[in-house]
Design a protein around this ligand. Structure first.
Ligand code: F6P
Length: 546
């Protein structure tokens, strides 16, 4: 038994969960007209209505006690001041330093990292301005208007999804393309459309060892050379972002073309480092900086707001409630804004790679659930697909709905419909429809009693399904920065409660090693097939098809 599950706060929450049986949120709303007000918070341009959750004040108090017991605030402060909290990799966790707009020093191993951070910001600003102004041209003097960004995981999702989300703020005159997968179809399709004389390749890899990114960059380099570029022209067309300067220079990237990052920035938290360069190229430096400032605002809120008014804290505790006490295994994100459609995929890496762990502290195997499955897609599309299961299925799926109140080029009819669907879904999930209501609705349909009864059963909706509603005035760069930081800190709080290391990712390593062994056997048919029978047979089939 783990100390967490044996703790008083845990046991209190278990008994509160048992007392929920037979209670319904629709009654809570009827009995308490203040409920929506009481359970709404606002910070950094984001309003969170969490009143449609399966919580009472006692439950919330119990969750807050759990956070205190697990010393979440102390752990948060340790992260911000550069303690080595990623203990398996012996690293500090300081993505927050990359958006630190205070004049406070941030120390790592006794050295203030802020001058280096600021110098890199200056380098990004200068580079973006030189590309946008046409000062930095390709080898034939043509402006570089096609930016091909190569990276995967955190070196791809943040830059791509944030660029997409901020489409109304795009700088005109450049096109930005993203390639992640080693599946050659993608890089070939992207390059096929481009003029190499006008193409800039931005290769992003913190480690500079990632197979997909290295291979896609080699393919882009071959394409550039085969299209007429010469080896000496590469410096004008290829730049990279990495913390592994040695490997990058050995690969052939000129040192002045390397944008640095640091080992205290985790891959899935790296969009705030020079890994975010594609966002700056897409938006222009001023809007890119607003994105960072929004995240900084959320950092300040997270550090200073009392626990019960702290947005990341509350969202994290609600997640813990569902995961550990009500048996939820997944959490759905539903942005009602087309440009934010990639956000579920972004949070998927952030959350699942951070908290999908089973060891707490140094070596304790946990006996409780940790990170849930994160999934979702844009509204209203999901309503015509998977919402059925959320409404009437047998699994509990807490939801985060998101909606900007104003959108660019607003068409009032479209936007009113979008908003009404979003709000209507939260209402339907919460209140459901009773059997009596469903039966009464079938009154004038001329059905037999038997048919009417049966249909009423099918049309009954249990309700009591939890959701948060996050509203923004509009999704400008500042608000998006705050939103991303909100989810980062939510994940941090949950990891702190579960005692896992949210900043390593050992679970992805084995697959990489075995994949390389298999590659060796595929590329060298003389290699013996000495793996398990299934994998041997798969390799054999592949060899035969070559
Ligand atoms: O394989 C997982 C991972 O290491 C992620 O954590 C990271 O975001 C991604 O791969 C890319 O890594 P890199 O930036 O080092 O190429």
């Amino acid at each position: 038994m783990n100390s967490l599950t044996q703790s008083q706060s845990w046991k209190t929450l278990q008994s509160l969960a048992a007392q929920l049986d037979g209670q319904h949120m629709r009654d809570w709303f009827k009995d308490d007209p203040e409920r929506a007000d009481r359970f709404t918070l606002e910070a950094c341009g984001i309003s969170l209505d969490y009143s449609k959750n399966l919580i009472t004040q006692d439950i919330l108090d119990g969750l807050l006690s759990l956070a205190k017991q697990q010393q979440v605030a102390e752990k948060r402060d340790a992260m911000f001041c550069g303690d080595i909290i990623n203990h398996t990799e012996e690293r500090a966790v300081l993505h927050t330093a990359l958006r630190n707009f205070s004049d406070k020093a941030v120390m790592v191993d006794g050295v203030d990292v802020m001058p280096e951070v600021m110098a890199t910001q200056d380098k990004i600003r200068d580079f973006v301005e030189r590309i946008h102004s046409g000062q930095h041209t390709g080898y034939t003097g043509k402006p570089l208007t096609e930016i091909v960004c190569i990276g995967i995981g955190g070196s791809f999702l943040g830059p791509k999804i944030m660029s997409e989300a901020l489409k109304p703020y795009w700088h005109e005159g450049v096109n930005v393309h993203f390639v992640a997968n080693v599946d050659g179809c993608h890089i070939h399709d992207v390059l096929a459309e481009l003029d190499h004389e006008q193409t800039l390749v931005v290769m992003s890899s913190k480690s500079f060892t990632t197979q997909e990114t290295l291979q896609n960059t080699l393919t882009a380099k071959d394409w550039f050379l085969q299209s007429g570029g010469k080896q000496q022209d590469i410096a004008k067309h290829f730049i990279c972002v990495s913390s592994n300067i040695k490997a990058a220079t050995e690969f052939g990237i000129a040192e002045e073309n390397i944008f640095p990052m640091w080992d205290w920035v985790g891959g899935r938290y790296s969009l705030w480092s020079a890994i975010g360069l594609p966002i700056a190229l897409r938006l222009g430096y001023a809007h890119y900086r607003e994105l960072l400032e929004g995240a900084y605002n959320m950092d300040c809120h997270f550090q200073s707001a009392p626990l019960e008014q702290n947005l990341p804290m509350i969202m994290a505790l609600l997640g813990v409630w569902y995961t550990n006490f009500l048996g939820a295994q997944s959490h759905v994100l539903l942005p009602y804004y087309h440009y934010l459609r990639g956000f579920p995929a972004y949070v998927q890496q952030l959350d699942m790679e951070s908290n999908g762990k089973c060891i707490a502290g140094d070596k304790e195997h946990v006996d409780y659930a940790t990170g849930p499955v994160i999934w979702g897609s844009e509204g209203t599309n999901g309503q015509h697909s998977f919402h059925q299961l959320i409404h009437q299925g047998k699994v509990l799926i807490p939801a985060d709905f998101m909606l900007p109140l104003r959108v660019p080029n607003q068409n009032d009819t479209h936007h009113a419909m979008l908003a009404s669907n979003c709000f209507g879904q939260t209402q339907a999930l919460m209140q459901g429809k009773t059997y009596d209501e469903a039966y009464a609705e079938l009154d004038s349909k001329g059905l037999s009693d038997e048919k009417r009864e049966s249909l009423a059963h099918h049309k009954t909706m249990p309700g009591n399904k939890p959701s948060n509603t996050l509203l923004f005035q509009q999704l400008d760069p500042n608000t998006l920065g705050a939103l991303v930081a909100l989810y980062e800190h939510k994940v941090f709080v949950q990891g702190a409660i579960w005692g896992v290391n949210s900043f390593d990712q050992w679970g992805v390593e084995l697959g990489k090693v075995l994949g390389n062994q298999v590659l060796d056997k595929i590329q060298n048919p003389q290699q013996p097939l000495d793996l398990d029978a299934s994998t041997n047979a798969l390799i054999q089939r592949f060899r035969q098809a070559l």
